[in-house]
Write a protein that binds this ligand. Structure first.
Ligand SMILES: [Zn+2]
Length: 253
């Protein structure tokens, strides 16, 4: 199994890093410093960067890392300055023996990409543990479609989102489904992780399917929650997803 390390950046970002035959690959280095510190501690050199989207907390370290590592290969949406290898839907990235598939996952931004390995996925700000990204540029329909594609991966897929939002997301999930035992158990576990300053990530897709309301919008229980929140009849699927996403924006525990 590929060892993928979290490197903390800012208050709640993770820069995911792993070694391939080509050298170290880092995902979404919003800040160069923590990554440079980690590389120095481990006497490693950076070979590759993957970018999921253009927000500053994901690309902020790019310029200084490119200066520091002159042959750095940067994969990401063509819209980002500093990308040396633009990729898009259907693209493949070869890092030695490791091949990653690129899929477009618009919604949070229009240019958002996810990177898929054999049994793992870097989901950026599209799919979070127990949540999903805000809709800054895309429509609810785009995000619903993007999440549906990720939900179609094998249940054993390990997901690597870009933020530690799990606990706050689970409080919302519990408000949607107060009787869901998977959410209850996961909430206790996430509280313990936070108390001991441990990441709650990565997470298995099967866990998400059991407790992430945004992956459960087609279920009658979530449609009922969305209906009682709005006071109108909300249909399962996209309508429910749309209401849940709006509700989450306003949600205060
Ligand atoms: Zn973002």
């Amino acid at each position: 199994m590929l060892e993928i390390r979290p490197i903390k950046a800012f208050s709640d970002n993770y820069i995911w890093a792993f070694q391939s035959e080509n050298g170290v690959c880092a995902v979404d280095p919003g800040d160069a410093m923590p990554l440079l510190d980690w590389l120095a501690e481990n006497r490693l050199s950076l070979a590759t960067i993957l970018l999921t989207h253009h927000h500053p907390d994901h690309i902020g370290g790019l310029a200084s890392l490119r200066e520091r590592f002159s042959s750095l290969q940067v994969y990401g949406p063509a819209s980002i300055a500093g990308v040396t290898h633009p990729v898009s839907e259907g693209g493949k990235i070869s890092l030695g023996e490791l091949t990653l598939d690129v899929i477009a996952t618009p919604g949070h931004t229009l240019d958002h990409l996810a990177y898929l390995g054999a049994d793992f996925a870097f989901t950026g700000d599209t799919l979070f543990a127990a949540g999903c990204g805000r809709l800054f540029e895309g429509t609810p329909e785009m995000m619903y479609q993007s999440l549906s594609r990720l939900a179609g991966l094998p249940d054993t897929t390990r997901l690597y989102p870009a933020h530690e939002y799990t606990l706050a997301n689970l409080y919302f999930a519990q408000a949607c489904e107060p009787d869901n035992l998977a959410i209850k158990d996961r909430l206790v576990w996430a509280q313990q992780c936070m108390a001991s300053k441990q990441p709650t990530l990565p997470v298995l897709l099967s866990t998400e399917k059991a407790s992430n309301p945004f992956l459960r919008a087609s279920l009658p229980s979530l449609a009922a929650a969305a209906s009682s929140h709005t006071g109108c009849m909300v249909r399962p699927g996209l309508e429910t997803f749309t209401i849940l996403r709006q509700w989450k924006n306003e949600f205060v525990r």
